[in-house]
Ligand binder design. Structure first.
Ligand code: AMP
Length: 143
C-alpha cells in the first residue's frame, strides 16, 4: 500500500497553525479535532515545523499554565521528517517507530499534501489482518 492510496482513503485534509499563534490555540485545535499534531505553516503549503500533543504537555509540565501564552515557533520541532506519496506504508511505519514519533507530513513537489499518522497505519494494518484471517478461514472450510 502506498502513501498515495492511504491518502485516498483517509483524505488530504491537513490542519495547520501559524508559528506566531499561542500554545492555547494549539490546545483548542487539538481538542476540537481527532488528531494529535498540527503542521506549522504560514501559508498551508510550506512546512515550517510540527507541534504535537507531546510538545504541548512537555511545555506545560516545564512552565505551568503560563506555557499557554508561548508562541508555537518557540516550542515546535523545526527539523521535520516528511514522506512522499510514492513511499510504501511499511517504510513509513518503520520511519515512525525508529524515530519515535507518530506523524509524518506528506510532501509532493515541495507542497504539503497530507499527513499520515500511526493510527492511520494501524487501521490499515488491522484491515489487512482481517482480510488475511477471512481468507484462511475460507481455505480451511474449503470454500
Ligand atoms: P508525536 O509522537 O508525533 O506526538 O511526536 C513526538 C515528538 O516528535 C514531538 O516533539 C513532535 O514535535 C516530534 N515530531 C512529530 N512528528 C514529527 C516529524 N514528522 N518530524 C519531526 N519531528 C516530529
Amino acid at each position: 500500500m502506498t502513501v498515495e492510496r492511504l491518502l485516498r482513503i483517509k483524505g488530504r485534509e491537513v490542519v495547520t497553525i501559524r508559528p506566531d499563534a499561542p500554545l492555547a490555540d494549539v490546545a483548542h485545535k487539538l481538542s476540537e479535532g481527532k488528531f494529535g499534531a498540527l503542521i506549522v505553516s504560514e501559508d498551508g503549503r510550506t512546512i515550517q515545523g510540527i507541534i504535537s500533543e507531546r510538545d504541548l504537555v512537555r511545555t506545560i509540565a516545564e512552565q505551568g499554565a503560563s506555557a499557554l501564552d508561548q508562541k508555537v515557533a518557540d516550542v515546535m520541532t523545526r527539523e521535520v521528517v516528511t514522506c512522499s506519496v510514492k513511499d510504501k506504508s511499511d517504510h513509513v511505519m518503520a520511519v515512525m517507530s525508529h524515530r519515535r514519533f507518530r506523524h509524518l507530513p506528506v510532501v509532493e513537489n515541495g507542497v504539503l499534501c497530507g499527513v499520515i499518522s500511526m493510527t492511520d497505519l494501524m487501521r490499515h494494518r488491522l484491515d489487512e489482518v482481517e482480510v488475511e484471517a477471512n481468507h484462511m478461514r475460507d481455505m480451511i472450510a474449503g470454500r
